[in-house]
Structure formats: structure tokens, C-alpha cells
Ligand binder design. Structure first.
Ligand SMILES: *Cc1c(COP(=O)(O)O)cnc(C)c1O
Length: 375
């Protein structure tokens, strides 16, 4: 990975023990289903390899990524008995590469199923497969017509090792949303007409919204593992996982009437002190957070002033009770500011904050000692 070393200006600290604790909690809440771990997009930007290793050491045996390339990178770091699903499946022509991966493609239409079955026949190998059924998201998965067709022709699965049926919820983050239970009903109904295999419906929020029967055999939490609140209407039941600290590069004084940054969007009404921090939109400190985000310096909240640029942002430290010098850190994410709180300031969601963190931080991992000892 291209992560920069400890000489990097700013640092991202990932608490692997908190991720493990979150997985254990989600696994308990999923019962009698088991919880998998969704580690797509480099474990939501936090590092798929260290995260999956820590979770495997804690007992997780089922993992999901989105792309075949993600599976290829992660597979050698998983225990031999772990199952790795690839949500996006394969594209036409890439099925042989998929079969070589020791991963299970999630098939999203009947055409792909035919290609996969043909390959199994040619290789004389029972290839593993998962099948996605669309129940209302209208993104990936077999539509109602294809579900019916497959129910009528279960022999299209001949020669394949059917491991899992999945469907995906559209509105589980909203408490009491009707579509969640409509989807659960459609999924259960579809499964009655299809060959028997374990089934999986819940993402992080789904674990909290569905009853035990609706949760089926396996849940697929992603965001909640990484500390995003799966129940946004209530207190976050998950442990915080990330701490993001940006280095203060310079401290300067400005007079009243002066402006700061590109576009001169902020004018100081009184003389002020500003700190320039080493985090910009290239580091996932989104430009949309300009004039909106808070950072904490010595636990004191300081507003971002003016536009956030590619590598830098300016914060108003006039009200800080303690002296601030270059080399100190400003806290962007941590005990004083959750991922969800920062996301809210920028009009986005915690998922996007985490997955855009960028590659320029020194990444430090805490905990996960057992995973390291086994490595
Ligand atoms: C990303 C994803 C998940 C995980 O969702 P979270 O909301 O992050 O828990 C589960 N299932 C599918 C199909 C996904 O694409």
C-alpha cells in the first residue's frame, strides 16, 4: 500500500480492538445469524488487510469485498477456511480469472449464472456461487421475472456449489421505514420458490431493524464495524474507531477586514489568530466543509474559516485558551468529533468521510495484537 511513513505530516490512528469489539457486538446482535465483515473499498478506507486479519483472529470467517481485484489482494491474508464473497461478481470474459481467485462471485443476473455454470462444466469443478436477488433497491440482483425463471429451472445451478442467497436493503438507516419489511417479505417469498441455501439480507442498520427470522443466516455489516452509527436516530451503539490528527504548520495573526484563502470568502470582523493545518480536500477534508467544519485543538473547538484547499485548511484559533504552536495537532476525528458529526457538517454521510480519507496520512494501527502474533 502507498501509505506514507511516520514522517507524514498528519496521522490516522485506527483502533483494531474497537473494530473487533464492534464485530463481536454485531455478531451477538445478529444471533442466531452470524455476522460477516464487509471490507470492500479497503475496509472503508481503513485498510482491508489489517482489519480482516484482526477480525479473522477474533473468529470472523466470512468477508465481502466489491471488486475481484480487492479479493485478489485480500485472499492471501485470510485463513484458508474463510469465505470471501465478491459483491460485484465478474464482467464478461473475466470468469476464468474469477474462478482462479478462491473467492465466491455474487451473481447478479441469469446470463452471468449461465456463464459461470458453463465454466464449471469446462473446468470439471463445482464452482462456488452466491446469487443476489433484487427486492426493491433496483441496483444489482435478479429481478422478479428472473427469480421466477430460476425457480422453474433450478437445473441452471447444476454443477455449481450454491453457497448463499443475498438481497440488500435500501432504507435500513431510517427507523421504521416500511420498505425494509416489504423487502424482507419479498426476499422470504422468493426463497420459498428457490433451491435451499443460507440467506443474507441485513447490512449494519438492517441488524438493528430486522427480526431474527428476517435476518436469516448471515448479516453483512460494514459501516458499523468502523464506528458509523447504524441507528442515526439514537445514540451510537458502536465504539469509535478512528482518530484523525492534522499537523499545525503555521500560526498567524490577521487584522480586521482581512480575508483568508481562495476566493477570499471569509472576512475577519476583528483581529484574529489562525492556524494552518495539513489537511485538505485531497485528504478527504472535503471542500464542501469549507466554513462549516470544526476541528479541536487541545480539546477546544475551532471553526474552519475560508475555503478548504487541496493540502491545507485554516482554522480560527482566536478563542483558544492555551497557546498553540506549529507542530501540534488539530483533531479532525476522535473523541470530540465523530465520523457522523463531521459528515453532518459537510452534508454527507460517515461512509463517504471514511472512504475518502486519502493516502497521505501516516496510518497507525492500535490493538489487534493477536492478529499480529499470528502473522
Ligand atoms: C456495502 C454493502 C454492505 C455493507 O453495508 P453497510 O451499510 O456499510 O453495513 C452490505 N451488503 C452489500 C450488498 C453492500 O454493497
Amino acid at each position: 500500500m502507498a501509505d506514507t511513513g511516520p514522517e507524514a505530516m498528519s496521522r490516522l490512528i485506527v483502533d483494531l480492538d474497537a473494530i473487533v469489539a464492534n464485530w463481536r457486538q454485531l455478531n451477538e446482535r445478529s444471533a442466531p445469524a452470524r455476522a460477516a465483515a464487509v471490507v470492500k473499498a479497503d475496509a472503508y478506507g481503513l485498510g482491508a488487510i489489517p482489519v480482516a486479519r484482526a477480525l479473522a483472529a477474533a473468529g470472523a470467517r466470512t468477508f465481502f469485498v466489491a471488486h475481484p481485484a480487492e479479493a485478489a489482494e485480500l485472499r492471501p491474508h485470510l485463513p484458508a477456511d474463510a469465505t470471501l464473497y465478491v459483491l460485484n461478481g465478474f464482467t464478461p470474459g473475466d470468469e476464468a480469472a474469477m474462478a482462479a481467485l478462491n473467492a465466491v462471485p455474487v451473481i447478479n443476473d441469469l446470463g452471468q449464472l449461465t456463464v459461470w455454470a458453463k465454466l464449471a462444466e469446462r473446468l470439471q469443478r463445482r464452482l462456488p456461487v452466491a446469487i443476489h436477488i433484487d427486492t426493491g433497491m433496483n441496483r444489482l440482483g435478479l429481478d422478479a421475472h428472473e427469480v421466477h425463471q430460476l425457480g422453474e429451472n433450478p437445473h441452471s445451478l447444476r454443477g455449481l456449489d450454491l453457497r448463499l442467497w443475498i438481497s440488500h436493503l435500501a432504507c435500513a438507516d431510517e427507523a421504521g421505514h416500511l420498505l425494509t419489511h416489504v423487502q424482507a417479505g419479498r426476499f422470504a417469498n422468493a426463497l420459498m420458490h428457490l433451491p435451499i441455501a443460507p440467506a443474507s439480507l441485513a447490512n449494519s442498520s438492517g441488524i438493528f431493524r430486522l427480526n431474527a427470522a428476517e435476518r436469516q443466516a448471515l448479516t453483512r455489516p460494514g459501516a458499523a464495524l468502523y464506528g458509523v452509527n447504524p441507528t442515526p436516530e439514537a445514540t451510537n451503539p458502536m465504539q469509535a474507531v478512528v482518530r484523525l490528527e492534522a499537523r499545525i504548520l503555521q500560526v498567524r495573526s490577521v487584522d480586521s477586514g482581512q480575508t483568508v484563502g481562495y476566493g477570499a470568502t471569509h472576512t475577519f470582523a476583528k483581529p484574529a489568530k489562525i492556524a494552518v493545518i495539513a489537511a485538505g480536500y485531497a485528504d478527504g477534508f472535503h471542500r464542501a466543509l469549507s466554513g462549516k467544519a470544526l476541528v479541536h485543538i487541545n480539546e477546544h473547538p475551532c471553526p474552519v474559516v475560508g475555503r478548504i484547499s487541496m493540502d491545507l485548511a485554516c482554522v480560527d484559533i482566536t478563542g483558544c485558551p492555551t497557546p498553540i504552536a506549529p507542530g501540534a495537532f488539530a483533531l479532525l476525528l476522535g473523541p470530540q468529533q465523530s465520523v457522523d458529526a463531521l459528515a453532518g457538517q459537510g452534508g454527507t454521510i460517515g461512509y463517504e468521510i471514511l472512504t475518502s480519507l486519502g493516502r497521505r496520512y501516516a496510518r497507525l494501527y492500535q490493538g489487534g495484537a493477536l492478529a499480529e502474533a499470528k502473522a
